[in-house]
Design a protein around this ligand. Sequence first.
Ligand code: VGL
Ligand code: ZN
Length: 202
Amino acid sequence: MQPATHALLVIDMQNDFCPGGALAVQEGDAIVPGVNALMQDFTTVILTQDWHPEDHSSFASRHKDAEPFSLTEMPYGPQVLWPDHCVQGSKGAAFHKDLETDRAHLVIRKGFRPQIDSYSAFFENDHETPTGLHGYCQERGIDRLTLVGLATDFCVQYSALDAARLGYAVTVQQDLCRAIDLDGSLEDARAAMLSANVVLEN
Ligand code: VGL
Ligand code: ZN
């Protein structure tokens, strides 16, 4: 059993990121049993939930002539435009039905401000607007995090890099993650995580 100071951070295990969902990640649902099993080793389990208003600015549908998966420029930097996904209260935004959400002490929602996307569990994509998770972890004495979930190259990567920058000891359990992999983004994510001293486990 891991000590309470070592938290399991389960990223975005939601219907829209699973096969059949609006932004489906290949085999996204295949990791659910393994994630549930890993939860049994942790006292402290935290879930994140991508949670967008229906007019969210990361949706390609909100930009004239923009295709999903194209890039745009936002005030805070480049932003991939996505198919509409994880709209607040929708079935797609709900957790996968087999995920053992009862184990979670905290569910942190992100991406609810219309003008800014939020991949990371800690900061929105401007890298400065906090979600509150760091304060929660500090108050709980959490100094170590293991990350699993979806997608390896977006929300898992951004969360892992922010966590490392904030001083946590960070492990990404790669076999319990799945990637979107846009133009080599998975390899780039792995390299970035390794150079930030994130431990990549299989
Ligand atoms: C995610 C793209 C858009 C993720 C969320 O969970 O990795 N990716 N919103
Ligand atoms: Zn999103």
